[in-house]
Design a protein. Structure first.
Lengths: 820, 241
């Protein structure tokens, strides 16, 4: 039974992660948040179902487990296949109420697999109350393996094949639980189910589960063009890359190109990540004059202020900005790209087309995360260039607002500044938004970073220009001189770009070529550079406050107080003013909480069982709610804290998640022993010791470890940052181990207590915990946006302490007695 | 039913019969909504009203024949609607605003890049002498051409092709409207604009126009652009007293 629990648990976690990936591919990732919250509905419904049906199910444990595990497998595939046929269009939600109905259909579909999967684990807790510590250990270990495994498998096979694999795991778990040495019928059933686990998912036609991109994603639109065809794809957890050739009507991708430019870009191959976020591989035959258009974009500005610079391109993509550096005579180019598959496309599959760009002697390509590449290295550059990384469509829709980004924070800017040669530039290009958002937030971030570096007059180091659809911010390591300011003015005037800020700029120099109804960019930048920065930020209807590592939400511009106005203006052509991400996240939380309340409280109201009117049920609810919330708060906050240190978001997820689940699993295994030892000593120890209940020990130990982490981690990270990757992984695990070990104990200690005194409430407690842990993923993001990840950990400590406090008093037994 | 609707679109004259089926009243409602919203676009227009010629044409154009049959009931709602192939028919208010900003005269020649369903071309046709419209997606170009012909818009010429190079044989143009999603403004289009001519480009995603970009070609051949929000929006809260 225990291996089957691990397998089911691994399959559920893997399915949750995979669904996030699949929805990010076919829709957009902020809607993935919404749909994934239905896992909560499945967990809650399962808890209620088991609470009501446990009497009938317990004696039929093996059959019930096997049926639910097999149904999980089948419905995991079926829900996705059917979900793809629901005509849900995320972009139309504001306009068309019917879309909400489609969303509801998706919710109901995806509830089924989570319901079946959660039934398996809940049933095991209910049936084997005396083994709760062991079951929980296998559950956590399985979850850890599932989360890690799916990330690893996504490197090897396509997302739809991962779906088949997960379905197979569900059916295999059914086979495992059936297996019994001395029962021939069960052995036969086990063999049959294991065979089905291999055959059934493999036999599902690919057309049933083929990815159907939203027709409004860039890839779908590109493929509508006659002659356009997919010539390759490559999948990994970092995204599904699709290469498109469009010979009839070329891509001509040149963000921010001047209207005065007459040079047409050479042929390009489009590279879409998850069906959007277009990057291009440009044909390069060694003739630099064909690349003249690259001198007509705002991003070319720093090259007119430097001679033969050394350049670091952060986010090299298909190589457009490397070509731009080559065109401008850069003597050394370091190109950093997160996705090694994208590098391989340029370096291998399309090397001839790209003219061997990434193998040129002056170009060095690094597969790394931009921020930690800079933070770890010692090199200096004349220019650090941060090109446009996201698509225009995604940018204007505000779909990145929930993505943590460690490249646009105050701390990141300080790292960049320290790696600039004297007189060097940091140049950041963003899509232009009206009214201004990104560019002004970057401006505020640069000012804050320079101030933190001890620069008294940071405003003398900044310049901002804009074309009709891009802005480029320059931050100089030194004050801008008169010759440089002349160079900026000349560059802008020759290309009909507008000046938005330079030290000493006159108001009448702004807003000349691409005229806005007011000098929004100049006035905004000047206000931020002046003494009334705080007041300006406070009065602005979008959030421009600089992002920090503790609150790394650069793309979140949403402010509640502007929402009524945005909604009112929607019908008048103002739909684009609303930044989507945050309101959707909040709506998800409201919906999740409402569902949680209904699922937790409704079964107790409906049931007439004596146990369900148990006097301590409010305390049990509070205990498991607090644990469910707190466990994921800590896990999510620590994943974020380790992203820059470990140098890659995927590595952070893999190391932190597996570390937490494995060490928590070990902790849960040790919990019964600890509880027994404490019970034995209660009688013999002094009065102080006799007041300690088992759950106090892990909670106090966890609280101490968490507070030590908060205090010491920044200094430890600074010290260990230059270590090799393997040493940093080992150090991360060592740091996580004590914390996670103690976090694994309160749940089995509590559930064992419930199992001893009110066994009928075990499935309910499990459901509450499951609901809380899903809701906590959403809540943690909202709290981090407002308060930061440090506060999220602090709140988790308070929740654990609160849990311990509510569980100190003895539980009444069903029969009316009281006992520990 | 589907066959009848298809015939109604394809056969001249029957479209009008279908048009009488309660749509006139809904169109009048749509025009009232556009007029109400025009107050919000005062900055873009420089006045409080949309040109009455534009509203008059939109009040006569059977928009329901330009949307998929299943969406005909919503054709006169003031919102964008999907027309397939990842394309949308713009919100009526945005169509009115763009047409007004183009300031089309009766002798003008207008180029449209991105025919879509053909609705914008149908609105432009009675206002201009000649409308040339290019669509990148062959299926859309074909159906829009048939639809426009069936509705009697003989002054509209359509073709499938790459909008980047415009349609030089049809130009030069007094006005160009680029309704296709554009991440850049093709220089050849600017070249085909007459001095004094104007180009209008909605910028934004399929269901949300973020701003309208106006390109004025000056008498000396240089261009000047203006970017306007379609709504009255001040990015600041009032200063507290």
């Amino acid at each position: 039974m225990l291996p089957a629990i691990s397998v089911v648990s691994a399959a559920i976690l893997a399915y949750e992660v995979l669904l996030m990936r699949l929805f990010a591919i076919v829709q957009w990732h902020h809607f993935a948040y919404m749909v994934i919250s239905i896992a909560l509905l499945g967990f809650g419904a399962s808890g209620s179902f088991l609470a009501l049906a446990q009497g009938w199910l317990k004696p039929r444990f093996v059959a019930a487990f096997a049926v639910n595990a097999a149904l999980f497998g089948v419905s995991a595939l079926a829900a996705f296949a059917l979900g793809e046929r629901v005509p849900f269009n995320a972009l139309e939600v504001l306009w068309n109420p019917r879309q909400l109905l489609y969303l509801l259909v998706l919710y109901l579909l995806f509830t089924v697999p989570f319901f079946c999967g959660a039934n398996c684990i809940g049933l095991a807790f209910t049936r084997y109350g005396e083994q709760i510590g062991r079951i929980y250990r296998y559950d956590l270990m399985g979850a850890g393996l599932g989360a890690l495994g799916i990330v690893a498998v996504l490197f090897l096979v396509s997302p739809t094949d991962c779906l088949r694999l997960i379905a197979g795991l569900g059916i295999a778990a059914a086979g495992l639980v059936c297996f019994a040495r001395n029962d021939a019928r069960r052995r036969l059933a086990a063999v049959g189910l294991l065979a089905a686990a291999v055959l059934l998912p493999a036999l599902v036609p690919q057309s049933w589960i083929a990815l159907r991109f939203s027709e409004y994603k860039g890839l779908s639109m590109a493929l509508q063009v006659p002659g356009a065809e997919v010539i390759g794809d490559s999948s990994s957890p970092l995204g599904l890359l699709t290469v498109v050739r469009s010979p009839t009507i070329p891509f001509r991708h040149a963000p921010g190109l001047s209207l005065d430019s007459t040079v047409e870009p050479p042929p390009q191959l489009g590279v879409f990540t998850d069906g959007d976020a277009l990057s291009v591989i440009t044909r390069y035959d060694g003739r630099l004059d064909a690349l003249g258009y690259l001198d007509d974009t705002t991003a070319a500005l720093p090259y007119h202020l430097l001679q033969g610079p050394s350049v670091l391109v952060l986010g090299a993509g298909g190589g457009g900005d490397v070509l731009q550096a080559l065109y401008h005579g850069a003597r050394r180019i370091d190109a950093v790209e997160l996705n090694p598959r994208l590098i391989a496309l340029v370096r291998r599959e399309h090397a001839a087309f790209a003219g061997g760009l990434y193998d040129r002697p002056e170009v060095t390509v690094h597969a790394a995360e931009a921020r930690s590449f800079v933070a770890r290295g010692q090199a200096q550059w004349d220019l650090i260039q941060m090109p446009l990384l996201d698509s225009f469509g995604a940018s204007v829709a505000g779909v990145h607002s929930l993505s943590e980004s460690y490249v646009y924070t105050v701390e990141a800017f300080r790292d960049y500044l320290r790696h600039l040669e004297a007189g060097g530039f940091l140049a950041i290009t963003r899509w232009l938004k009206l009214p201004p958002r990104d560019s002004l937030k970057l401006f505020a971030t640069a000012l804050a970073a320079l101030e933190r570096e001890g620069i008294a007059t940071p405003q003398e180091r900044l310049a901002l220009i804009r074309s009709w659809n891009t802005t480029t911010l320059l931050v100089k390591n030194g004050a801008l001189g008169a010759a440089e300011i002349d160079g900026i003015r000349r560059f802008a005037a020759q290309r009909s770009f507008d000046l938005a800020y330079y030290p000493g700029m006159r108001p009448d120099e702004a807003n000349r070529f691409n005229v806005l109804d007011a000098r929004h960019f100049f006035e905004g930048a000047s206000a931020l550079a002046g003494p009334r920065r705080a007041e300006f930020i406070e009065r602005y209807k979008f959030d421009l406050a600089a992002a920090r590592d503790d609150r790394p939400y650069f793309f979140d511009f949403f402010r509640w107080r502007a929402l009524p106005e945005f909604l009112e203006l929607r019908a008048q052509g103002g739909a684009a003013l609303l930044e989507w991400g945050y309101p959707i996240l909040f709506a998800t939380l409201v919906q999740a909480s409402a569902l949680g309340v209904v699922l937790i409280l409704l079964p107790l109201r409906l049931s007439r069982r004596k146990s369900n009117r148990h006097p301590d049920r409010a305390r049990i609810l509070a205990y498991f709610l607090a644990l469910g919330l707190a466990f994921l708060f800590v896990e999510i906050a620590f994943i974020q804290r380790f992203v820059v240190f470990l140098g890659h978001p995927l590595l952070a997820v893999a190391v932190v998640l597996s570390g937490f689940l494995v060490f928590a699993g070990l902790g849960s295994g040790a919990a019964p022993g600890l509880a027994r030892r404490l019970e034995r000593r209660r009688g013999t120890a002094g009065p102080l010791f006799s007041r300690i209940v088992p759950v106090d020990v892990p909670v106090l130990a966890f609280g101490t470890a968490a507070l030590l982490h908060l205090a010491l981690l920044p200094a430890l990270f600074d010290w260990m940052m230059p270590w090799p990757e393997a040493a940093r992984v080992a150090a991360s695990l060592a740091l996580i181990a004590p914390l996670a070990f103690f976090m694994g104990m309160p749940f089995p200690i509590g559930l064992s207590r419930v199992s001893e005194r009110v066994p009928e409430l075990v499935p309910w407690a499990w459901g509450v915990n499951g609901c809380a842990s899903v809701a906590s993923a959403i809540l943690a993001t909202i709290l981090a946006i407002h308060l930061g990840f440090t506060a999220v950990v602090g709140i988790a400590v308070v929740l654990y302490l609160a849990a311990a406090a509510v569980f100190r008093a003895p539980l009444a037994t069903v029969g009316g007695g009281v006992g520990r | 039913m589907a066959l009848c609707a298809a015939l109604a679109v394809l056969l001249p004259g029957t479209g009008r019969a279908l048009d009488e089926d309660g749509h006139a009243a809904r169109r009048a409602d749509m025009i009232r909504v556009i007029e109400r919203h025009a107050f919000s676009a005062v900055k873009a227009l420089g006045r409080r009203r949309i040109d009455s010629r534009v509203l008059d044409v939109m009040g006569r154009t059977p928009r329901h024949l330009f949307v998929p049959e299943r969406l005909r009931g919503e054709a006169y709602d003031d919102r964008p609607l999907p027309i397939g192939y990842g394309q949308t028919i713009s919100q009526p208010f945005i169509v009115a605003l763009m047409t007004d900003l183009l300031a089309v005269g009766p002798e003008d020649v207008v180029l449209e890049v991105g025919t879509g369903s053909g609705y914008q071309a149908a609105v432009l046709a009675p206002l201009a002498r000649r409308v040339c419209s290019i669509e990148i997606i062959p299926e859309l170009a074909r159906s829009a051409g048939q639809r426009l012909e069936a509705l009697g818009h003989a002054g509209v010429e359509t073709r499938t092709g790459d909008g980047y190079y415009g349609w030089p044989e049809c130009g030069p143009y007094d006005g160009i409207v680029v309704t296709a999603a554009a991440s850049q403004i093709p220089p050849p289009l600017v070249g085909q604009l007459k001095p004094g001519g104007r180009m209008v480009i909605p910028v934004g995603g399929p269901f949300a126009t973020q701003w309208l970009m106006l390109v004025d070609k000056l008498a000396d051949g240089r261009v000047k652009t203006r970017q306007v929000l379609p709504v009255a929006f001040v990015p600041f809260t009032r200063r507290s007293p």
